[in-house]
Design a protein around this ligand. Structure first.
Ligand SMILES: Nc1ncnc2c1ncn2[C@@H]1O[C@H](COP(=O)(O)OP(=O)(O)OP(=O)(O)O)[C@@H](O)[C@H]1O
Length: 241
C-alpha cells in the first residue's frame, strides 16, 4: 500500500540523547539518559508507572526540552510522527482529518483524496470515512491516528502506550500497523505495559526505572536474562520503582 509514499527513504538520521535530564520544580524526573538510536529497529520502552517512558518519547519528539543535556539528530532531515494513548483528532470527519494532514504536508490536492481513501481502506475505516472523528470508538480513533501517521511516511514513529485501552482485535490491528511501518523502513520507539506485546514486537528493549535508563538489551536476552535486578523483578511482576 502507498509504496509511493514510502519509497524515497534513504537512511534515517541518528537520534542521540546526550546526558539528558528533565526536571520539574527541581525534582529530577529523568536523569542523565544517554542513548543512540540508528537504523530502523523496533525499540520497546518498558518500565513501571512513572518510570519516565512518556517523558523520554516526548523529549525525543521535541515536545519537551531537556533541563540539561542534549537531544540531537545527525543525518538527513527526519520526518517524525507520534501516536498517543488517546489520539488527538480534529473536530472533522475521519477523511477530513487525513486530508488536513496531507494538506499540511504539502501533498498536491489532486492526490489527497486518493491517498486518504487508500489509507482509510487499509486501516479498515472506509465505511467510517464521513463519520466525525471524535465520535469514533477508541480502537477506530487509534486506527485513524495510525492512518494519519502512515500518510506522513515518517522515518521515525513514536507510539506512547497506543493499545492501553483497546480490546484484543483493536490491539491486533495496531500491532499489524506497527509491522507495516517497520516493513516500510520506519524506526519505531514504542512504550507499552503489555509484556506479551513487547515480546511480539521488540527487536530491543530500553528499560527505565525511577527516571533512569537501566538497560538497553536485545529483546530475546531482555526477556530471558535481564541484566539488572530491577528488570528481573519487573518481569516477575513485582512492584518496583
Ligand atoms: N510535563 C511534566 N511536568 C512535570 N512532571 C511530569 C511531566 N510529565 C511527566 N511528569 C512526571 O514525571 C514522571 C514520569 O512520567 P511519565 O509519564 O514519563 O511516566 P511513564 O513511565 O510514562 O508512566 P506510565 O507508565 O504511568 O504512563 C511522573 O512522576 C510524572 O508525574
Amino acid at each position: 500500500m502507498n509504496t509511493m509514499l514510502q519509497a524515497a527513504r534513504v537512511g534515517i538520521a541518528t537520534l542521540s540523547f546526550e546526558a539528558v535530564s528533565f526536571e520539574h520544580r527541581g525534582q529530577p524526573l529523568l536523569a542523565e539518559v544517554s542513548l543512540r538510536l540508528e537504523g530502523c529497529r523496533r525499540t520497546l520502552v518498558l518500565g513501571p508507572n512513572g518510570a519516565g517512558k512518556s517523558l523520554l518519547m516526548r523529549l525525543a519528539h521535541g515536545l519537551l526540552t531537556p533541563s540539561r543535556g542534549q537531544v540531537r539528530w545527525d543525518g538527513p532531515p527526519t520526518r517524525q510522527a507520534m501516536v498517543f494513548q488517546r489520539p488527538v483528532l480534529l473536530k472533522r470527519s475521519a477523511r477530513d482529518n487525513l486530508l488536513h494532514a496531507l494538506a499540511v504536508k504539502g501533498t498536491p490536492w489532486r492526490l489527497r483524496r486518493l491517498l486518504a481513501d487508500g489509507a482509510l481502506a487499509h486501516f479498515g475505516l472506509a465505511d467510517l470515512a464521513r463519520r466525525p472523528a471524535r465520535v469514533l470508538s477508541g480502537g477506530e480513533q487509534q486506527r485513524l491516528a495510525l492512518a494519519r501517521a502512515w500518510l506522513l511516511a515518517p522515518d521515525m514513529l513514536f507510539l506512547d502506550e497506543p493499545t492501553a485501552a483497546l480490546d484484543p482485535a483493536a490491539i491486533r490491528a495496531v500491532e499489524a500497523a506497527v509491522d507495516d511501518f517497520h516493513r516500510a523502513g520506519t524506526r519505531i520507539l514504542m512504550s507499552t505495559h503489555d509484556l506479551h506485546q513487547a515480546r511480539r514486537l521488540a527487536d530491543e528493549v530500553i528499560f527505565l526505572c525511577g527516571g533512569r535508563l537501566l538497560e538497553r538489551t536485545p529483546a530475546e536476552r531482555f526477556f530471558s536474562a535481564p541484566a539488572t535486578p530491577e528488570a528481573a523483578a519487573f518481569l516477575r511482576g513485582e512492584l518496583i520503582g
